[in-house]
Design a protein around this ligand. Structure first.
Ligand SMILES: Cc1cc2nc3c(=O)[nH]c(=O)nc-3n(C[C@H](O)[C@H](O)[C@H](O)COP(=O)(O)OP(=O)(O)OC[C@H]3O[C@@H](n4cnc5c(N)ncnc54)[C@H](O)[C@@H]3O)c2cc1C
Length: 494
């Protein structure tokens, strides 16, 4: 006789800690994988999105502009994502945002480098951030003649053998291939800027592993970068025409967050703001207890920690002090962005490029400025300009981390940004609008030893079934990597 008894499948309970893009993505993909699961997403702060923070600021006295055009789109944190890593584009498409993605402005693509207090264009022909156009390098004022000759040695220098090689700093690698001057004046401000990091500390294997692959495969960085460019052109990537490598939704990256929240609400995810998690513990039957600052606690079959590594360390310190120590050991840099808006007629500079980067050797307190309204024209109406100044990087953070009150810090950061734009672009006008975003301990530093640390963390996690980590602290700091980390964590536990 056939049994009529059906096993009732228990509903799986998943708790996700941290409502930045990593935690939101983890919740989205966990729901997709298990439509029945009970999922809670807990965020300590009063809003979703973590480092993604878009403000839509109305323009007062914007005569002649339609109301929907009379606004600035100001990004306080990330302002675009890399399209060549597939996970952000894929998520945007799933959320129905595919048609709202803008590329960067194909006109005025130059980037400048501050050199002896002057803005000089980056030489043409950078491939994977490596200079490949000999003519352009010869003409560039960014590197001296001896420096240029040293760059040429890249074609001749022997390859450092793989035997016994583990890792080296970005600074050491680029300096040994292209020379210290090219590293300091060209490569460092571009590459370490992504991490607000110190290139002499950053692990090559964790930040730009493909550079070492180029050395091993082609014997020279420039030859390798050229070859890669030739191959991608041949495989048709270039034939996609002017499709931009960087994308962003029409009214700011927060659109992704808004859509995720909409989808998670509709699919019954328990979403809680102002809900800080205090500790994590395990019951004997391998269930988890998630202790909240309010005193309440939640039971779970699985937990995803998508908070910064130092915050996850706090939650785990009672349960697994060694794992907590490894997580706490990932250093973070503090940084800030200051966006200033002007009438174009008030500017003595044409803002004819995407912006400029500032090598450490220039001794400025800012590290870069983006000409936002040139790079993304839809962020400001015609006749207006937006400029965003980055301040603070590893080793130069005192300006962000002072003991002053938040208001005083914001005032001094605004003054610093204005001083920077006066020095480099000659801008004296009062900005129409200004916005300061301070990001303390925001940028994880993948320093030497990071790959080994990740291996130790992975080994420790083996002892904790049902626990996963996601976020920018581990295997990629950009938005696509964060989304991917959330997706992988969801697959692991759901
Ligand atoms: C100024 C700046 C510019 C950037 N520019 C770009 C860019 O252009 N392109 C790009 O791809 N990337 C950029 N990045 C990097 C990228 O924005 C981040 O790496 C990414 O947004 C981090 O997402 P996350 O979810 O991992 O972490 P977060 O956004 O930090 O989210 C973690 C969340 O966890 C919460 N939390 C912490 N502790 C607890 C707790 N105990 N309980 C509950 N919740 C907790 C926090 O409140 C926070 O909301 C930039 C970053 C900064 C700061």
């Amino acid at each position: 006789m056939e049994s009529t008894h059906k096993f009732s499948m228990a509903v799986k309970k998943i708790v996700i800690v941290g409502g930045g893009i990593s935690g939101l993505s983890a919740a989205f993909y966990a729901r997709k994988k298990d439509p029945q699961a009970s999922i809670s997403l807990l965020e300590a702060g009063p809003r979703w999105g973590g480092k993604i923070a878009t403000e839509r600021v109305p323009i007062e006295d914007a005569h002649g502009l339609a109301p929907e055009e009379a606004r600035f789109i100001i990004e306080g944190g990330p302002d675009t994502f890399l399209a060549t890593k597939p996970w952000a584009v894929a998520l945007c498409k799933e959320l129905g945002l595919g048609e709202r993605l803008h590329g960067t402005n194909p006109a005025n693509k130059s980037t400048f480098v501050l050199h002896n207090d002057r803005l000089l264009p980056l030489p043409d022909g950078l491939a994977m951030m490596i200079p490949t156009n000999v003519q352009a390098i010869l003409q560039s004022g960014l590197v001296s003649w001896p420096g240029k000759a040293r760059m040429g040695l890249d074609f001749l220098l022997p390859v450092r053998s793989a035997a016994g090689y583990t890792d080296e700093s970005l600074g050491s690698f680029v300096s040994r291939r292209l020379g210290r001057e090219a590293y300091e004046n060209l490569i460092e401000p571009l590459m370490s800027g992504i991490y607000a990091g110190d290139g002499d500390q950053l692990s090559l294997a964790s930040t730009f592993p493909y550079l070492r692959d180029l050395e091993l495969k082609y014997g020279s960085l420039a030859r390798g970068a050229l070859e890669m460019r030739r191959k991608s052109a041949a495989s048709g990537q270039a034939a996609q025409g002017s499709r931009s490598a960087f994308l962003t939704p029409t009214s700011g990256l927060i659109e992704i967050v808004e859509k995720l929240i909409e989808s998670l609400t509709t699919s019954g995810v328990d979403l809680r703001l102002n809900t800080a998690v205090k500790f994590l513990d395990r019951l004997l039957d391998s269930k988890w207890i998630v202790g909240l600052a309010s005193g309440e606690s939640l039971n779970a079959d699985a937990v995803i920690l998508a908070a910064p590594a130092y915050a996850s360390a706090e939650l785990l310190k009672g349960l697994d002090p060694a794992l907590a120590e490894r997580l706490r050991g990932i250093p973070y840099a503090s940084t800030a962005t200051v966006t200033l808006a002007y009438r174009q007629t008030d500017l003595p500079h044409p803002l004819n490029g995407y912006g400029y980067v500032i090598p450490r050797s220039e001794g400025r307190r800012a590290l870069a400025a983006t000409f936002t309204s040139t790079k993304f024209p839809h962020r400001a109406p015609q006749g207006y300009a937006l400029i965003r100044v980055f301040v603070g990087r590893a080793g130069q953070e005192s300006v962000v981390e002072t003991s002053q009150t938040e208001t005083l810090r914001a005032t001094s950061l605004r003054a610093l940004a204005r001083e920077e734009l006066a020095l480099s672009l000659g801008i004296q006008a009062e900005p129409l609008v200004s916005r300061v975003f301070m990001w303390e301990k925001a940028m994880p530093q993948y320093n030497l030893g990071h790959p080994e640390r990740l291996a130790q963390i992975d080994a420790a996690l083996e002892q904790h079934p049902g626990l996963a980590l996601a976020g920018n602290a581990y295997r990629g700091i950009g938005i696509p990597d964060c989304i991917h980390s959330g997706q992988l964590a969801a697959e692991k536990v759901a």
